[in-house]
Write a protein that binds this ligand. Structure first.
Ligand SMILES: NC(=O)c1ccc[n+]([C@@H]2O[C@H](COP(=O)([O-])OP(=O)(O)OC[C@H]3O[C@@H](n4cnc5c(N)ncnc54)[C@H](OP(=O)(O)O)[C@@H]3O)[C@@H](O)[C@H]2O)c1
Length: 251
C-alpha cells in the first residue's frame, strides 16, 4: 500500500463560519470526502440547524460553538480538539460597501476584527495541534476583490469598474488577510514544517454576505475550490492565492 501524501478519508478538519453559505458547503464536501469535520458556528440555533442539515454524516460531523473574535471562545474550542489536519478560516463579514471617503472607522475595525485578527488568533490557537499532523493544511477564505492587480483592471472577467474605490473596509481587510496568508506560509516553510497555507478567491456567490445583489453563483462551486486547497498533496503549492477553479489569482 502506498503511503498517504495528502489529507483524506479519516483526516480531521475544522471549518469556521460553517453555519451558512460557503462554509456550510465546505463542511459538507469535506464530510463527503470522508473527513471528520468540526463544524464551527457562533450562533447555537444556526449551529443546531446546520447539524440537522448534515445529519446524514452521523458522528463524522461535530458541532463546535466558536465566536472567532472572542479569545475565550477560541481557547475553549482549541482545548476541546485534540487532532486536526485541516483548518479552514472561512468566517467573514462584509460590513458595508462604502469607500474610504465615507466609511466610518468602525466599519474598518469590524472588518479587520473578523476577517484578519480573528484568523490570526484562530490559526495561532490551533497551531500546536496542526503541528502534530503529517499533512497540515490551512485555507483562508479571501476574496477576488482583495486582489490589487484585479482592482486596477488586470482581469477582463472581473467587473472592477463596479467595485472601483468601494467596499474598502472589506476589500482591504481581505488584502491584509492575503498578506498574513503569504507570511504564515513563508514562516512555516522557513522552519521546514510540512504545511500548505493558501488563500481562496471563491467568486461572487449568492449568500447572506452579499444580500441584495442580483447575481452570484452557487456557494457549493466555491467550496470545491476550498476543498481542493484543503486536500493538497505534499508537493502542492503553499503561500498562494487561488480562484475557486484552481487558477492562480495575482496579488
Ligand atoms: N459570497 C461571496 O460572494 C463571497 C465572495 C468573496 C469572499 N467571500 C468570503 O466567503 C466567506 C464565507 O462567506 P459567505 O458568502 O458564505 O457568507 P455568509 O453566508 O454570511 O457566511 C458567513 C459565515 O461566517 C460566520 N461568521 C461571521 N462572523 C463570525 C464570527 N465573529 N464568529 C464566528 N462566525 C462568524 C457567519 O455566522 P452567522 O451565521 O452566525 O452570522 C456565517 O456562518 C467569507 O469569508 C467571505 O468574506 C464570499
Amino acid at each position: 500500500m502506498s503511503e498517504r501524501t495528502a489529507p483524506g478519508a479519516g483526516s480531521v478538519a475544522l471549518v469556521t463560519g460553517a453555519t451558512s453559505g460557503i462554509g456550510q458547503e465546505i463542511a459538507r464536501q469535506l464530510l463527503e470526502a470522508g473527513l471528520t469535520v468540526h463544524v464551527a458556528g457562533r450562533d447555537p440555533d444556526r449551529l443546531r440547524a446546520t447539524m440537522e442539515a448534515l445529519a446524514s454524516f452521523g458522528d463524522a460531523a461535530h458541532p463546535v460553538l466558536l465566536e472567532v473574535t472572542d479569545q475565550a471562545s477560541i481557547d475553549a474550542a482549541a482545548a476541546a480538539i485534540g487532532t486536526l489536519d485541516v483548518l479552514v478560516n472561512n468566517a467573514g463579514i462584509n460590513p458595508g460597501r462604502r469607500s474610504a471617503l465615507d466609511a466610518p472607522i468602525d466599519e474598518f475595525r469590524r472588518a479587520y476584527e473578523t476577517n484578519v485578527f480573528a484568523v490570526v488568533a484562530v490559526t495561532a490557537a490551533f497551531m500546536p495541534v496542526l503541528r502534530r499532523s503529517a499533512h497540515p493544511r490551512i485555507v483562508n477564505v479571501s476574496s477576488g476583490t482583495a486582489s490589487l492587480a484585479w482592482s486596477t483592471g488586470d482581469n477582463p472577467q472581473f467587473d472592477w469598474q463596479a467595485v472601483r474605490g468601494g467596499g474598502t473596509a472589506y476589500r482591504s481587510s481581505k488584502t491584509a488577510l492575503n498578506a498574513v496568508t503569504l507570511h504564515t506560509a513563508q514562516a512555516l516553510d522557513v522552519e521546514g514544517a510540512p504545511f500548505k497555507v493558501n488563500a481562496l478567491a471563491p467568486g461572487l456567490r449568492l449568500t447572506r454576505l452579499v444580500a441584495g445583489m442580483q447575481r452570484g453563483g452557487d456557494p457549493a462551486e466555491a467550496a470545491v475550490g476550498a476543498v481542493r486547497l484543503a486536500l493538497l498533496a505534499d508537493d502542492g503549492p503553499t503561500g498562494g492565492f487561488f480562484s475557486w477553479d484552481g487558477t492562480p489569482v495575482p496579488w
